[in-house]
Write a protein that binds this ligand. Structure first.
Ligand SMILES: [Zn+2]
Length: 166
């Protein structure tokens, strides 16, 4: 694993320590709250997944999207926050809003920060050691794993690939 990805995995591991328990799916909203941020659901346009209002510590997610998708977006926005993204977007009044269009879970997005936020979300929602343990015990049934970790089939597949389990 390259050192940059390792660094992001480490940040996710630290965030995971804020979880009140180690139940699956990872309680992403509680982690976000215990880091002092607020999650609000908002009826955005369909193509907006969510946004981060950094100074106010608010993560807004699209309430019309599927709950599984909302989980990934929440983790993705937390990634932007913890990885220090968004200061560049500051407007004249000093408010930095980081708005995300479709968050599609892939690791090959052209924008580095989007890629990093996805790597973070993936590591937070599907912690490496836990994925490995579950695969060892239950085998490689992607639909079952996706349901257990509360992620999409696509996100689960990408994680399994990046952990070289498939
Ligand atoms: Zn993003």
């Amino acid at each position: 694993m390259d050192s940059h990805i390792k660094y992001i995995e480490e940040i996710a591991k630290q965030a995971l320590k804020k979880a009140p328990n180690d139940e699956l799916p990872v309680p992403v909203e509680e982690i976000v709250k215990s880091l002092g941020l607020e999650v609000v659901a908002f009826p955005f346009h369909q193509k907006i997944s969510g946004l981060l209002k950094k100074e106010e510590g608010i993560i807004a997610i699209n309430k019309n999207h599927h709950p599984i998708r909302q989980r990934f977006t929440t983790a993705h926005e937390l990634g932007h926050f913890l990885l220090g993204h968004g200061m560049e977007e500051m407007n004249d009044s000093g408010v930095s809003i980081y708005e995300d269009e479709i968050v599609d879970e892939s690791f090959d997005k052209p924008d580095l920060r989007e890629r990093e936020a996805n790597i973070f979300a993936s590591a937070l929602l599907m912690p490496a050691d836990r994925v490995k343990n579950v695969v060892k015990k239950e085998g490689l049934e992607i639909d079952k794993l996706a349901a257990l970790f509360g992620v999409s089939r696509q996100a689960m597949t990408i994680r399994l690939l990046s952990l070289k389990l498939i």
